[in-house]
Design a protein around this ligand. Structure first.
Ligand SMILES: [Zn+2]
Length: 252
């Protein structure tokens, strides 16, 4: 029997296994319209150990700190390190106007934060403009900063979407980028997607805006992230506009 099987395998014939109890009877099932059986190198070779292979989320394309010219105060950042355990989503809270340049926005945010808030770096770890690019902000080695004092930021990775998402709608590209970067972060730092929250879940603020927050509170971001971690692709889709708006998307 083994020799017959070997011959069948080596000849490339589709072998219709009838199961252990088939006793050599021919299967009555119609021959499947299947592509040729895969080439078998050597039927005598031991079967490889069956090991569950965890699906890997590829690192999304990210504009690095070096690319946008970040100049953080490393010495002061080093005073406070943390281990990432939670994901928190923010918006800028400032209306994004068409043609705005995220490179300039980042430089401006960094210098404003240093001057006005005494922050050693931009307060967010990843920042997403309306076209769905992902920019690298503060290193995840360090906790973020916040305007809301009651938000203890230690352990949080801050993901920030540009625009005022109570006055403008998050774009599909922003949602996709949010899911892509969060899934990758959850994988790299072993963070439970159940920890994904909006800033308003931790402090008295409307951040990340009514249009964006519902994707968080409805569990959609978490669901899409889990789908991606499971091998995806997630079916990221926009919800209809809220009845009282906003109605216009963040413009490019
Ligand atoms: Zn926020």
């Amino acid at each position: 029997m083994r020799r017959i099987l070997a011959v069948i395998l080596m000849s490339g014939t589709v072998f219709l296994a009838g199961g252990c109890g088939a006793r050599g009877e021919r299967s009555l099932a119609p021959a499947p319209q299947a592509p040729p059986a895969p080439h078998v190198e050597s039927p005598a070779a031991p079967a490889p150990q069956a090991q569950p292979v965890a699906p890997r989320v590829e690192k999304p394309a990210i504009v690095s700190r070096e690319e946008w010219g970040s100049q953080p105060d490393i010495a002061r950042l080093e005073e406070r390190r943390h281990t990432p355990r939670f994901i928190t989503i923010h918006h800028a809270g400032v209306v994004w106007t068409a043609g705005s340049d995220p490179y300039q926005k980042l430089k401006g945010l960094q210098s404003w934060g240093a001057r006005d808030r005494n922050w050693p770096d931009v307060p967010y770890h990843y920042l997403i403009p309306p076209d769905g690019r992902i920019f690298e902000g503060r290193s995840t080695d360090y906790p973020p900063d916040t305007n809301t004092r009651e938000f203890d930021t230690v352990g949080h990775i801050n993901v920030h979407l540009w625009g005022s998402l109570g006055e403008q709608r998050a774009t599909l590209e922003m949602l996709q980028a949010t899911v892509d970067v969060i899934a990758w972060l959850c994988q790299e730092h072993a963070i439970d997607p159940a920890t994904i929250r909006g800033h308003r879940d931790h402090a008295s603020t409307n951040c990340p805006g009514a249009d964006m927050y519902r994707y968080v509170s409805d569990g959609l971001i978490e669901k899409w992230v889990r789908e991606k971690l499971a091998g995806g692709p997630p079916q990221v889709a926009l919800l209809p506009a809220l009845s009282d708006g906003p109605f216009e998307f963040v413009p490019r």
